[in-house]
Design a protein around this ligand. Structure first.
Ligand SMILES: Cc1cc2nc3c(=O)[nH]c(=O)nc-3n(C[C@H](O)[C@H](O)[C@H](O)COP(=O)(O)OP(=O)(O)OC[C@H]3O[C@@H](n4cnc5c(N)ncnc54)[C@H](O)[C@@H]3O)c2cc1C
Length: 513
């Protein structure tokens, strides 16, 4: 049996048959599901986690992440509470800044064009700090994201973009730690246990029908919490809801999030809500496999485009690569790349910024070309019109405002002048060899549409009433994200709403004889 990350025997899951009953059944075994399970267990509920994937692939999208959590902190003391391992030297050498509730609200409002559900958004923001502390109390370790979210200026690291904390060891260790903690707290976990449907009567949800190790069986429950992810791995639903062309996107994460949790709730009258035609999608290696590969994790992403330019098959730029910090543009640019001829683009950089490229540019499985002249480079860009590409780069170089200094830590205003497609910040000329280019296509991360829940995590029906016994948390909840997404909010939302749903479900189960 292959263990997840550093987890041991507990990751083997339950052997033999499933129990015929459990106070709380949780569908899925990602970050949201384990936060549900841990919170429910605090109320002495018996908790059964049912995970569709085999243990080798379990942990959902959460396991694919780098583990970045967007959370409120009012200064270094808040960070020390989360990361007691922070050394005095690190504190002295780092400008962590703050990330206030107001800043988090502003970011959510701005990137979702003020469509985010105000009640859910308020919970997300206001509970983020305490939920992180609670996770820490459950044994989850955190660390500052030095590698990706801070640049060194004058010998001192400076964090930018509101994203400072990640789970130590990234997604694999996050899932391993949550699993360890859940098992220690008496939660039972079964792998290869695909929940097929909800068992309901006139009084609400009474359990689940599940296929476990090839056998279909029923498990009775006082509460069922759906945490089975979005529908991004379902090609047919992607095309149906996101629109034509989305069948051609690659899936960044797990192949198991096919919308099962959403479907089983809709089948019993749950209310769909949110941005059903929207999703989180990024620039992703053009030759990446159809679904995520856990040995690569999130490293097929290519997120340093703010420091270069992107060219499509016609050799044209098509988007403002420097419109904002990458945390506020990356999740919507996948869609823009999908809309280009052939659904791909090349990211182009020169020597001046190569040292700023994120780690993911240095993996072995990367679609990359390198050249010493621009003329040679454009010939190497597969499927691109080389003449147009060269003309575009030259026109771009000529348009750069060279008198504004380049500074990767702030929106530096080093822009282009007079181009049809502007670059608003970090516009360096591309004129110093060696030149490098990386081919990307669209990688879909997760879908935004989902189930309507109330502030207790209860699933709401088509008449606007909570469905007794049914809760939801994580990616399959609709209403939080529209059009775009501030980086690190998926895990935070899963944890906040997972804890809420688990608490209310655990309490409810305790009241039912
Ligand atoms: C490559 C990548 C990098 C990312 N990086 C970050 C990041 O750094 N920070 C961040 O905040 N977000 C990140 N995200 C987004 C983040 O992964 C998700 O928002 C979050 O993990 C969702 O958690 P979840 O628990 O809702 O779903 P998941 O973690 O996907 O868990 C859902 C689980 O449900 C299971 N399941 C599905 N159907 C069934 C069924 N019928 N029965 C039983 N089980 C079922 C699946 O197997 C899966 O294990 C990233 C995503 C990807 C793909």
């Amino acid at each position: 049996m292959i263990a997840i990350g550093g987890a041991g025997k507990e990751m083997d899951g339950m052997q033999g048959t499933l129990p015929w009953t459990s106070d709380v059944v949780v569908v899925g075994a990602g970050n949201a599901a384990f936060c549900v399970a841990l919170a429910a267990a605090e109320h002495n509920a018996s908790v059964l986690v049912l995970e569709r994937a085999p243990v080798e692939e379990a942990g959902g999208n959460s396991r694919f992440t780098a583990g970045a959590f967007r959370c409120v902190y009012d200064g270094v003391e808040d960070l020390k509470a989360l990361m007691p391992d922070l050394t005095e030297e690190e504190i002295a050498n780092t400008d962590f800044g703050t990330y206030s509730e107001e800043m988090f609200f502003d970011d959510m409002g701005r990137v979702t064009e003020y469509r985010t559900d105000p009640e859910l958004c308020e919970l997300l923001v206001k509970r983020s700090k305490e939920t992180m502390r609670w996770m820490r109390s459950k044994g989850i370790r955190f660390a500052p994201i030095y590698g990706r979210q801070a640049f060194k200026v004058d010998g001192k690291f400076k964090f930018w973009g509101g994203l400072t904390v990640e789970a130590w060891g990234g997604g694999p260790e996050l899932i391993a730690g949550l699993t360890r903690s859940a098992v220690k707290n008496g939660v039972k976990v079964a792998y290869e246990a695909r929940v097929l449907s909800l068992i309901v009567d006139d009084d609400g949800v009474k359990g689940v029908r599940v296929r476990h190790n090839g056998h279909t069986t029923d498990v009775a429950a006082k509460c069922v919490v759906l945490a089975a992810g979005g529908f991004q791995a379902n090609t047919e639903w992607r095309t149906r809801y996101l629109g034509p062309g989305w069948d051609l996107a690659k899936v960044r994460g797990t192949r198991f999030n096919t919308g099962d949790g959403i479907k089983m709730a809709l089948d019993m009258g749950a209310m769909p809500t949110g941005n059903w035609s929207g999703c989180h999608a990024v620039g992703w290696d053009r030759n990446a496999p159809e679904f995520g590969d856990l040995s690569i994790g999130d490293n097929f992403q290519k997120h340093s485009y703010p420091f270069g330019i992107m060219l499509n098959a016609d050799g044209e730029r098509f988007v403002d690569e420097g419109a904002d910090f990458r945390n506020y543009t990356y999740a919507k640019y996948g869609r823009v790349i999908l809309g280009q001829p052939g659904q791909f683009a090349w990211q182009v950089f020169d020597k001046k910024v190569l040292h700023l490229l994120r780690d993911e540019y240095r993996i072995k499985r990367v679609t990359k070309v390198r050249a010493d002249t621009l003329e040679e480079l454009v010939q190497k860009l597969d499927d691109v019109n080389p003449g147009r590409a060269l003309a575009t780069i030259k026109a771009y170089n000529a348009a750069v405002k060279r008198d504004v200094p380049f500074n990767p830590n702030v929106k530096d205003g080093r822009a282009t002048i007079g181009l049809a497609v502007a670059k608003s910040n970090w516009a360096n000329t591309i004129d110093e060899p060696p030149f490098e280019a990386y081919a990307v296509t669209c990688g879909v991360t997760f879908t935004f549409g989902g189930l309507k829940i109330d502030t207790d995590g209860r699933v709401i029906d088509l008449d606007g009433r909570p469905i007794p016994g049914l809760f939801a948390a994580g990616e399959l909840v609709g209403g939080l994200f529209y059009f775009n997404y501030p980086g690190g909010t998926g895990l935070m939302a899963g944890a906040v709403f997972g804890k809420i749903a688990g608490t209310i479900a655990g309490r409810r189960a305790a009241q039912i004889p």
